[in-house]
Design a protein around this ligand. Structure first.
Ligand SMILES: NC(=O)c1ccc[n+]([C@@H]2O[C@H](COP(=O)([O-])OP(=O)(O)OC[C@H]3O[C@@H](n4cnc5c(N)ncnc54)[C@H](OP(=O)(O)O)[C@@H]3O)[C@@H](O)[C@H]2O)c1
Length: 430
């Protein structure tokens, strides 16, 4: 039976929760027309009643016990924007058991406990939508599950963390150090006080785990993702990349070649001509390759109150439409295949290496021999700077297996003529 009112329980009224309330108020009439019912927030879970909030809210709606939402028989949809694994996981599982449909923006939860949550949703016949968990306001989960479902997806590659993209953009454009760019990002509210999850790649790892699971129809968790952050990137690396017509980005990448899933997050040099190279500041973009569609790219604001809330309210509208049609649990879990996750040693890539060496005849030959002994073929080598008795040497390799490169590096580090390997960065050529 069609409803006149669809009641929502909102868990959390922070950055994203406030955006959800704003959109529902501002677009109240048009949303009602789209679903033929009123989408009404009945209760909001918060931690502190006394906290000053940016938006005017009826205080009567606020509760501080989740049970008041998940046990309320009038609530149809529970929207979770608390963040973190617990208590979000326990509350969501209980809400599902009570027949509530779920919308969540929680990447950490979906990347680690997605299987448990989607199986529970299937068991109790409810919808769980999580568009906002990857790419904020960018639609990517629905397109992968629906519009691109006809394809065999071979690759998903994206810039999915706005904080690190802002830092790398500032380093490239203003010539500043990593530390200075991070401070700027914090001052502008783009980076948390504790920025570890962003700069060490953990946030991006959770997001690519979710995307890989959907793209390749196989469960990938955050723990499966090989992860390196951006804190070791220097202004020198960025300058040398620029000279070679590359930019450095924190790339989240997942590939399926039929022989296992290669899934990783790390800084990578990408050609300036690649569509992801022009994604700057806090913007995000996700590039997908499918056998029928070819290459498609999704671009937009990957975080922020209203962009993220846009995805959440979109999910709420989808669920409301399902409710009005008497349907539910339509998409559900799409991970029906078992696939092996490749180790980082199995991947092949081109590499950039910057070395601090002693500036004397024969050095290059010794390094080239170590590379050659491990089947690492050098594409180019440039002597960058001479500093008295020392010099910087920059190498670019051809495609090589990572385990061979690692063995070569071990040997090169033992050479008396090599002071230090400053950095090694993978180069994504396509
Ligand atoms: N911020 C973004 O741009 C963005 C983008 C994409 C996805 N997300 C995801 O969206 C979720 C929410 O992020 P946010 O930035 O909105 O977080 P936030 O600003 O920290 O807000 C969290 C809200 O949840 C409430 N809360 C947290 N733990 C609670 C508990 N145990 N009991 C009751 N209330 C609790 C807080 O209550 P009080 O207000 O009383 O403290 C606050 O209202 C996270 O999963 C995040 O990863 C965020």
């Amino acid at each position: 039976m069609k409803k006149n009112v669809i009641n929502v329980g909102l868990l959390g009224l922070g950055t994203v929760g406030s955006g959800v309330v704003k959109i529902l108020l501002e677009h109240k009439d048009s949303i009602s027309r789209k679903i033929n019912a009123h989408l009404l927030i009945k209760s909001i879970l918060v931690r502190s009643f006394g906290k000053e909030r940016d938006l005017v809210i009826d205080r009567e709606l606020l509760v501080n016990e989740p049970i008041k939402i998940i046990n309320d028989p009038e609530i149809d949809i529970v929207v979770e924007v608390l963040g973190g694994v617990e208590p979000a996981r326990t509350i969501i599982l209980k809400a599902i058991e009570n027949g509530k449909h779920i919308v969540t923006a929680n990447k950490e939860l979906m990347a680690n406990y997605g299987k448990e949550i989607l199986e529970a949703a299937d068991q109790f016949g409810v919808d769980v939508y999580f568009e906002a968990s990857v790419g904020g306001g960018i639609p990517i989960i629905h397109p992968l599950k629906e519009s691109l479902a006809a394809n065999k997806i071979s690759k998903v590659m994206g810039i999915v963390n706005g904080t690190t993209n802002y830092i790398l953009t500032k380093m490239a454009e203003d010539g500043c150090s990593f530390e200075k760019a991070l401070k700027q990002a914090q001052a502008l509210g783009y980076a948390e006080k504790d920025p570890k999850a962003d700069i060490e790649g953990e946030d991006a790892a959770a997001k690519i785990a979710i995307l890989a699971s959907i793209a390749f129809n196989a469960r990938v968790t955050a723990k499966d993702v090989y992860t390196e952050g951006v804190s070791k990137i220097t202004f020198e690396d960025i300058t040398y990349a620029e000279e070679l017509d590359y930019v450095i980005k924190l790339i989240a990448l997942a590939k399926d070649d039929g022989n296992g899933i290669d899934v990783r997050v790390h800084p990578a040099m990408i050609p300036k001509t690649h569509p992801l190279a022009s994604v700057k500041d806090v913007y995000n973009a996700i590039f997908v390759e499918g056998d029928s569609v070819g290459e498609v790219m999704f671009f937009g604001k990957g975080a922020g109150s209203l962009p993220t809330a846009s995805s959440i309210v979109g999910d709420m509208i989808d669920i409301a439409r399902n409710l009005q049609q008497g349907r539910s649990g339509i998409i559900g879990c799409t991970c029906f295949e078992q696939k092996r996750i490749k180790s980082i040693n199995e991947i092949t890539s081109c590499y950039y290496l910057l070395m601090d060496v002693i500036d004397q005849p024969g050095v290059l030959a010794k390094i080239a021999k170590a590379f050659g002994d491990h089947k690492v073929s050098i594409n180019s080598v440039i002597q960058k700077q001479s500093r008295g008795i020392n010099a910087d040497l920059m190498f670019m390799t051809h495609q090589v297996c990572e385990s061979n490169l690692r063995d070569a590096i071990k040997e090169i580090k033992r050479l008396a003529v090599v002071n230090k390997i400053n950095n090694v960065i993978r180069v994504e050529t396509s």
